[in-house]
Design a protein around this ligand. Structure first.
Ligand code: ADP
Ligand code: MG
Length: 246
């Protein structure tokens, strides 16, 4: 039977009694590049973490490829928001990417030569092979984000979740990342990206999830990306609106 990549029904999440995500239901088909957009504090990261079961939810059901997140875990790669990563953690670029191979190793096996070659291939794909021996803390923002994408690639996942991957990233890294994300979609993978720079949303994504605690809109970019919908999600945040000229 054909299952949606993501199926969410009535998802509610709160912190200390304050609702951050309210009653979200949606279903996403595989092979799409999906943007989650909404103003700061709209609950975008919370939504992502709840979908991945990294934080508890109050209510709702979530299925990934028709399975629970526990069952689907190996097929899911997640690149957290910059601030959620400890960049001082002493680990080399290669070892960080090798961590991505763990879900596919047999229990208690450590990555060997085969995994190392694969990790270097993934680093090559993001243009970071020459940096394999560096500490992750020694890289620029764009390089760090590319390494984390390589780690996600190393996992051979079917679904990728990235939280604000373009924040603090140079233009050429952003282009490299977008190109790879599009390639993943062409291969039938599902890619979900939290993003708050509206100016590129139309260019990057197939579908948009427009979020402001509640689901404001969800659908093909051309349909969601209209003035009134954007205005509804970004109510009062005119700095953003100027950016895209609405
Ligand atoms: P976004 O990613 O869209 O900027 P977040 O999901 O980070 O939004 O946050 C949504 C709301 O939940 C905000 O009001 C934020 O302050 C609050 N929040 C996020 N994380 C926590 C937390 N760990 N504890 C308490 N409140 C939180
Ligand atoms: Mg966030």
């Amino acid at each position: 039977m054909h299952h949606p990549a993501i199926s969410i029904k009535d998802l509610h999440v709160s912190y200390y009694g304050n609702e951050a995500v309210k009653g979200i239901s949606l279903s996403v088909q595989p092979g799409n590049l999906i943007g989650i957009i909404g103003p700061n504090g709209a609950g975008k990261s919370t939504f992502l973490k709840a979908v991945l079961n990294l934080i508890p939810k109050d209510k709702g059901t979530i299925h990934l490829f028709g399975n629970s997140i526990q069952e689907a875990r190996r097929k899911i790669a997640y690149v957290p928001q910059r601030n959620d990563i400890d960049w001082d953690f002493p680990i080399t670029v290669l070892d960080a990417v090798l961590l991505g191979t763990y879900p596919n190793l047999k229990l208690f096996r450590r990555p060997g030569k085969k995994e190392k070659i694969w990790a270097l291939e993934c680093l090559d794909r993001v243009g970071m092979k020459d940096f394999s021996k560096r500490q992750i803390g020694e890289l620029s923002g764009g390089q760090q984000q590319r390494v984390f994408l390589a780690r996600a690639l190393a996992q051979k996942a079917d679904m990728f979740f990235l939280d604000e991957p373009f924040v603090g990233v140079d233009v050429s890294s952003e282009e490299t990342i977008v190109k790879i994300l599009k390639e993943l979609c062409w291969q039938g993978k599902t890619v979900v990206v939290v993003h708050h720079d509206l100016s590129k949303a139309e260019e990057y994504f197939d579908q948009l999830i427009l979020l402001n605690k509640e689901l404001v809109d969800f659908g093909p970019v051309s349909e969601v990306f209209r003035t009134e919908t954007i205005a509804k999600a970004y109510q009062g945040q005119f700095a953003f609106m100027k950016e895209i000229g609405v």
